[in-house]
Design a protein around this ligand. Sequence first.
Ligand SMILES: NC(=O)C1=CN([C@@H]2O[C@H](COP(=O)(O)OP(=O)(O)OC[C@H]3O[C@@H](n4cnc5c(N)ncnc54)[C@H](OP(=O)(O)O)[C@@H]3O)[C@@H](O)[C@H]2O)C=CC1
Ligand SMILES: CC(C)(CO)C(=O)C(=O)O
Length: 307
Amino acid sequence: MRMERIRRVSLIGLGAVGTAYGSRLLVAPETELSVVVDQTRKSRYCERPVVVNGQEIAFPYVLPDADVEPADLILIAVKYDGLEQALRDIRRQVGPNTIFMSLLNGIASEDDIRAAYPRNPILHAVCIAIDAVRNGRDVTFSNLGYISFGDASGEQAEAVERVRELFERAGIGYEIPEDILHTIWWKFMVNVGVNQTSAILRAPYGVFQQSTDAHTVMAMAMREVIAIAQRLGIDLSEDDIARFDDVLHAMAPTGKTSMLQDVEAKRSTEVEQLAGKVCQIGRQLGIPTPVNEVLYHAIRAITSASP
Ligand SMILES: NC(=O)C1=CN([C@@H]2O[C@H](COP(=O)(O)OP(=O)(O)OC[C@H]3O[C@@H](n4cnc5c(N)ncnc54)[C@H](OP(=O)(O)O)[C@@H]3O)[C@@H](O)[C@H]2O)C=CC1
Ligand SMILES: CC(C)(CO)C(=O)C(=O)O
């Protein structure tokens, strides 16, 4: 039987990541993109349109209650604190075969999607080496990086193939690793290390490229993720830190992690999904995570997360 192409794509979360990949999907051949937004956001976005690399882009907005055909693919690109509402807002886009893909950092979003839509195919994904920066509705990037994605269930080979074909058509870089859970945990380790350390030090990537001290703090936080991952049977190791060094050294020295951008813009951070998660799993497994304990409290102390 011929595989059905993905045509209808719904995106929720028009921030740094969503805007960057959305701008590619918008002009992809044979692709109909809808961006799901509530009325308040729609009014705000129409008043102050999205600008990508200096060019104004008119995204096609659809309200959560609109009567629409189900999407073939739903891409979720909100921050974790917006996920619960986003999963409610996209319900009208969901049909029995709609594929879900979350671009959120952390290791929890796929479980939350599964809890809300237990019968749909859910692919795991992370974006790697993207350098998108958002300032209000202006998003700039020089490198879209690539999306590493795959099927952790062993039952969604067709969904993987359909998304692969879409990304080819849209010119979105991708990789389909053999062990997507290893990649998810690798990215988690990366974010725990570089996002959190960069937020505390207010350090763009250049600092981690130059300063062995900054790099040491980052690697100390990453090693706690390696310890819990190994106990959970995920094969992370010191080599995975070295693998990130290659990515890190290719990043623009002035580029900033999403958490540093959040701290600078006085937005809430994803610390609960990074250090918070490491400490929680560490406690459950009886593995000490002192570096992440410090990062957790330090990040809460410099943001509004602390009362
Ligand atoms: N920025 C980066 O370089 C990278 C980020 N990531 C991860 O990707 C995810 C997204 O990050 P990022 O793009 O930086 O986040 P942003 O904060 O830039 O964007 C999130 C967007 O989601 C929108 N949103 C939230 N809830 C809803 C909703 N219910 N309906 C419609 N839109 C909604 C927000 O809208 P509004 O602005 O109107 O409030 C906001 O624009 C995070 O998990 C992050 O860790 C991963 C790799 C790189
Ligand atoms: C890997 C990194 C640091 C940049 O793509 C990221 O995921 C983030 O900024 O959240």
